[in-house]
Ligand binder design. Structure first.
Ligand SMILES: *Cc1c(COP(=O)(O)O)cnc(C)c1O
Length: 415
């Protein structure tokens, strides 16, 4: 393969035009859409319209006239199309961490009612820390125990003591993707419920929550959904669970009739009871623009087409780096079926400094402690030639030993 071959792939790429939806800065190859997605061109205008017109002119009337109250459900229905959920089953609210608290708590409440002898929350040792922290705190609060296992041992660890299997579908560090259907089936066979974190899946890989028979799911708005820094997150409960119990953050927006201002809580029907407080209208406006950039792929083959391109990009990049940078070890699964939309390489000493050197060259990925260079590939806006050029930059940084420069060895707060 040559650079011209990469250019030829771009020339015939059926998804190429989707890149025009984004305001990409000049001179940057952005391989960090798994941390913070790129700004959609539509977002500044839309946010300005909401600020100037809906807020500035409409003021309080806009809660009724501009559809503000329905934003959590309206955007939720759009995200549902990307993760195999039905309309009316998913809402946007709060952060991923907070939504995990709600659904994990609901799953524990269901367990307490149906199988009180089950006391274990099973998760993966390398799960994203906030997920483990929330689970640890809830376990302590509710009299459960959090147990951690390696990915390959999860099946064997499911047993009659397991209450909930809580996993992140695509691992944030390695990019390893679980078989959601197989693990959900195994959990159900063992009598446990499942909670899936889709932070690195929604908008990145095909997800079929209904098809997998999953119980609960949450996910992130600011990664592959391009919703902007700190964008609201989403929450889904299978309809068989949604109305069984209250979730613990029983705020007024999850009430059946918030504007009756009654002293007692009556949960809203369905997933709307997973709302808590007032919707973050400005953030939701930005998030909707981001979600729309992913939905724009629907007439072009949707998530399946995005997945095919994502694999082509990660394959090209991984093969080039492996061929030209023997010092770096592939830390993502070589088997594409088990890989999300990112590629990671490990180096025991220079991973942080090498990433800083790459960022200085305009190739933006990130470093994940202790030894990982992480490269996220968003097929909506990346080209095959970007993958090729990024791999060349990695080779040059290593060959010229740019990672030795002192300024690249000073740790910043956000890596
Ligand atoms: C990014 C990410 C989060 C982020 O949670 P916030 O509440 O938005 O800070 C949570 N879980 C996983 C697996 C993530 O990758």
């Amino acid at each position: 393969m040559t650079r011209n071959d990469a250019l030829a792939l771009d020339a015939t790429d059926p998804l190429a035009a989707l890149r025009d939806q984004f305001a990409l800065p000049e001179g940057v190859i952005y391989l960090d859409g798994n941390s913070l997605g790129v700004l959609p061109r539509a977002t500044p205008g839309r946010v300005q319209q909401v600020v100037q017109h809906e807020w500035g002119q409409g003021l309080i009337r806009s809660w009724n006239t501009a559809g503000w109250m329905a934003l959590p459900q309206r955007i939720g229905d759009k995200i549902a199309r990307l993760v195999g959920a039905g309309a009316g089953e998913l809402v946007v609210a709060d952060s991923t961490s907070v939504n995990l608290f709600k659904v994990l708590s609901a799953a524990l409440t269901i367990t307490r009612a149906d199988a009180p002898q089950r006391k274990l929350i099973l998760s993966e040792r390398s799960n994203f820390p906030t997920d483990l922290y929330i689970a640890e705190a809830l376990a302590k609060e509710r009299g459960f125990e959090l147990v951690l296992a390696e990915a390959e041992d999860l099946h064997a660890r499911l047993d009659e003591r397991t209450a909930v299997l809580m996993l992140t579908h695509v691992n944030y560090r390695s990019g390893r993707m679980h078989d959601m259907a197989a693990l959900t089936q195994a959990a159900h066979r063992a009598g446990a419920l499942t909670v899936w974190d889709l932070a690195h899946s929604a908008g990145a890989v095909p997800v079929d929550l209904q098809g997998a028979g999953a119980d609960f799911a949450i996910g992130c708005g600011y990664k592959y959904l391009n919703g902007g820094p700190g964008a609201p997150a989403f929450v889904w409960a299978h309809p068989r669970h949604a109305e069984r119990f209250w979730q613990p953050l029983a705020g007024w927006m999850g009430h059946a009739a918030p504007f009756e201002f009654t002293p007692g809580y009556r949960p809203a029907a369905g997933i709307s009871r997973y709302l808590c407080g007032t919707p973050a209208v400005l953030s939701l406006a930005a998030l909707e623009c981001g979600v729309d950039t992913v939905l724009a792929a629907e007439p072009l083959g949707g998530m399946a087409a995005l997945r095919a391109k994502s694999l082509a990009l990660t394959r090209l990049f991984a093969e080039r780096v492996q061929a030209t940078c023997p010092a770096l070890a592939l830390a993502s699964p070589a088997d594409e079926a088990r890989r999300g939309s990112q590629v990671c390489f490990a180096h025991p000493e220079i991973a942080y400094a090498a990433m800083q050197a790459l960022i200085a060259r305009g190739v933006i990925g990130d470093f994940r402690a202790p030894d990982i260079l992480r490269f996220g590939f968003t097929p909506l806006y990346l080209r095959h030639v970007d993958a090729w050029d990024a791999a060349e930059q990695v080779r040059e940084v290593l060959e010229r030993e740019e990672w030795r420069r002192p300024e690249f060895n000073q740790r910043l707060a956000v890596t």
